[in-house]
Design a protein around this ligand. Structure first.
Ligand code: ZN
Length: 781
């Protein structure tokens, strides 16, 4: 339909649209390359004592290294460390050194030759503000948790170290903390002992890894154990005191995941253990240190709590997210093959870590929930990626070296979502045996090493004997994606379908024409079959045999391609496809019916049928979320039906549709959902979409991660009574998770803009989740 709409558009609008499309471009930024090393660290050992309430550490690091070229000095990365002495060798001969805010230059006693091993010891103190965080527990502010996050070169904030990813070494952590805190780090626990009120933990990581994968977690954690993987690899989880039941439930599938990924890749999980830690307010969602993953505590959930599948925080705009808790757990685990074992040589190749972990999380869904869930995950990833391209006009190749900040290259829509979908396309193009066999070869060939994209291509080609130049050119070092406009006509007498395929994506630097195999699914005369075509030109005609007029001609109905497809079809053709195609084709049909034929009887009939049968949950949820497109009478009738569905995601889709409607009957129905809905996530979404239904008692509703309170706080437009304002102020500063505090701050600003000075006081407070701060004159809650 899009092609026809273009033709009907007034000229100036067409011009604007074309300009917007042609605005697609490669992102700009400084050129980055693999950092040139002058030395090679062999072993890294830290012996540190912590003062948790002061947020500081003191101790010594021993760096065992050899030079790569002869020199009489070595420079370590060291950010804002207070270095007191540097020495060398077992007799600790003092060395002269010079340190500034970012580097520690150490003068060696003489010129050292390459391969001559030496050990320098650095004594220092640090009060890190990045890389290592000291945070009080929002549930009990007397407890301090320490967590680490090293991606993007952060660990030099607490360790004098080589701070890039292209050096691998073994590591050792001897960490002393006040009891009853525990310490979790990489590798095996060598020993643990108490001295007075202090505890010391000694961990050793025997297999090499990059600096950013060093883990250090300190806190009053309790440990739970799952069944070991393959009867050998210990699988543990660590949670804040009192939350073991939630940990056992959240992480219950980890052992199965470790075994599944090991079997699927033909390469066993290579580390001695796997520890997962739930940290209150972890700096990012989660981080895959070697053998240790830190998660935000939103990963935790109680059995029977009816928590949504989501992980990162409540989601009020979509019925499903890319990042379920289970997906996050499998993503971080997958890094233990792609990232921790094989590590990209520089951030320009970060797709070799992140796109793989993102596809592996979809592969866990395939294993645990079935192949349609994989299809749905790929579809959702592509949807979010193409939405990003159409709004931001950025087309970034997966391998890309021009960026100013690491955060640019970690772009979720490209590196994670598109990257995962690109690997799914590669799997489809190669076939399962060649794809997974190639990955096994890649893992074996480059284990414990740094890699670039060419290493992957070489391994896949060696193993499969396929030529993959075309794929890597278009999808790894090339950017963008094809936009196909497709139509067909049937020539009765010749018994031929004439399929016309046009590539309409802007031809700009970084994005050209694509050469791709495409599956065309045809249903005709009671039969169904697939024709394979290969597109390569801007405008192509394909003649496909069909003795009878087809009921369905579906272009990439399996959703194998990273592409946008605009197929011009009648309502009855879409209705047939919605009932008969694979998931991606069904979704294309459902969306085309809603947007192009909202008033057609076929649309009402199709949607009614999908909601009335045991169709796949995602079809039902997608239909529910699109019901605002229909006319009011049919739309509301079907919304009511969707609200009775047993899957909460379908009801959530219906609530999202209701939220778009302004008719009094729709507003009334939404208010009724707020009164009667039992699932906290659907209720929170309904509250979030209906300002008039928010009640102050929603702020106290019990739910996973306080999501009902968050839904309500975001909708408390201009509080009128002082009691409410006091409660919101208390929530902004009190013992709540970060999403609650931010939503409460937002509500506070909106309700009492005059109190900005007081808000700044709260925000500047060193411990923002310290004691309740209640503004003068307001009653406490
Ligand atoms: Zn990741």
């Amino acid at each position: 339909m899009r092609y026809i709409e273009l033709m009907l558009m007034p000229g100036f609008m067409l011009l604007m649209l074309l300009q917007a499309l042609n605005g697609q471009k490669l992102p700009e930024g400084a050129g980055n390359s693999i950092r040139q090393r002058t030395y090679d660290i062999v072993h890294f050992k830290a012996d540190l004592e912590f003062d948790l309430h002061a947020g500081s550490l003191a101790g010594e690091v021993e760096v065992t290294a050899k030079l790569l070229t002869p020199a009489a000095s070595i420079t370590l990365d060291a950010y804002y460390l207070d270095v007191s002495s540097v020495s060398i060798g077992e007799d600790r001969t003092p060395l002269s050194f010079d340190s500034n805010t970012h580097q520690l230059l150490i003068e060696l006693p003489r010129a050292y030759q390459p391969d001559e091993l030496f050990t320098v010891a650095v004594a220092y103190t640090a009060s890190p503000k990045a890389g290592m965080m000291f945070q009080s527990d929002w549930a009990d502010t007397s407890r301090i948790y320490v967590h680490t996050y090293g991606e993007g070169g952060m660990h030099a904030n607490w360790l004098p170290i080589y701070n890039d990813i292209n050096d691998k070494f073994t590591s050792e952590m001897i960490i002393t903390v006040p009891a009853p805190n525990v310490v979790i780090s990489n590798g095996s626990l060598v020993e643990e002992y108490e001295t007075g009120t202090s505890r010391t933990y000694h961990y050793r990581q025997e297999k090499v890894h990059s600096n950013y994968l060093i883990a250090l977690y300190i806190g009053e954690f309790e440990k739970g154990s799952l069944e070991s993987a393959f009867g050998e690899i210990a699988i543990n989880y660590w949670v804040p005191a009192g939350r073991l039941e939630e940990g056992a439930y959240a992480f219950r599938n980890t052992t199965r995941m470790v075994e599944h990924f090991s079997n699927l890749l033909g390469y066993r999980y290579p580390w001695v253990k796997y520890d997962q830690i739930a940290v209150p307010d972890y700096a990012v969602g989660a981080m895959e240190h070697t053998g240790v993953t830190g998660h935000r505590s939103s990963v935790l959930r109680k059995p029977g709590e009816n928590a949504p599948l989501d992980f990162g925080g409540p989601e009020f705009t979509e019925y499903s997210t890319d990042w379920s808790a289970e997906a996050t757990i499998s993503h971080e685990l997958a890094h233990h093959w792609f990232g921790d074992n094989l590590t990209c040589a520089s951030l320009g190749y970060i797709w070799l870590n992140e796109s793989f972990a993102s596809y592996m999380m979809m592969l866990w869904d395939e294993e645990s929930l079935g192949p349609e869930q994989l299809d749905y995950d790929v579809l959702l990833a592509k949807r979010h990626y193409t939405e990003y391209v159409s709004t931001e006009h950025i087309i970034r190749p997966l391998e890309y070296h021009y960026y100013d900040a690491p955060s640019d290259i970690y772009n979720e829509e490209h590196t994670y979502l598109k990257g995962g979908a690109v690997l799914h396309m590669l799997r489809n193009a190669m076939g399962d045996a060649a794809f997974f066999g190639g990955l096994q070869h890649y893992l074996q060939e480059y284990e414990f090493d740094n890699v670039v994209s060419a290493d992957l291509q070489k391994a896949l080609e060696e193993s499969s004997q396929l030529d993959l130049d075309w794929f890597f050119d278009e999808w790894v070092t090339g950017g963008g994606h094809p936009q196909f406009e497709v139509t067909y006509s049937y020539h009765q007498q010749a018994g031929l379908i004439e399929l016309i395929v046009t590539q309409v994506q802007p031809q700009v630097e970084g994005q050209g024409l694509f050469q791709l195999p495409v599956d065309i699914t045809i249903s005709a005369g009671g039969k169904r079959w697939t024709e394979k075509i290969r597109v390569s030109q801007a405008d192509e005609h394909f003649m496909l045999k069909s003795a009878t007029k087809p009921d369905m001609v579906s272009f990439d109905g399996d959703g194998a391609l990273v592409a946008e497809v605009f197929f011009d079809k009648t309502a009855s053709e879409w209705a047939y496809q919605a009932a008969n195609d694979a998931l991606a084709g069904r979704f294309r049909a459902i969306n085309s019916l809603a947007t192009d034929y909202p008033k057609a009887p076929e649309t009402n009939r199709t949607f009614s049928h999908i909601l009335g049968t045991n169709a796949y949950w995602a079809d039902q949820a997608e239909v529910a979320s699109l019901l605002a497109h229909l006319d009011e009478k049919n739309g509301l009738k079907l919304i009511k039906r969707a609200l009775k569905n047993t899957d909460y995601r379908v009801r959530k889709g219906a609530v999202l549709a209701l939220g778009q409607l302004t008719a009094p009957a729709a507003r009334k129905l939404l208010a009724r959902v707020v009164k009667s809905e039992s699932h906290p996530d659907v209720l929170a979404t309904a509250i979030n979409h209906s300002a008039n239904s928010v009640r102050l008692d929603h702020l106290n509703s019990k739910a996973w991660y306080n999501e009902i309170a968050i839904g309500a706080l975001e909708r408390l437009n201009g509080l009128e009574n002082a009691a409410g304002l006091a409660q919101v102020a208390a929530m902004a500063t009190g013992p709540y998770n970060v999403h609650v505090r931010l939503a409460a701050l937002g509500a506070w600003v909106e309700a009492a803009p005059d109190s900005v000075g007081q808000l700044l006081f709260v925000l500047n407070d060193k411990d923002a989740h310290g004691p309740h701060y209640v503004p003068p004159g307001w009653k406490g809650s």
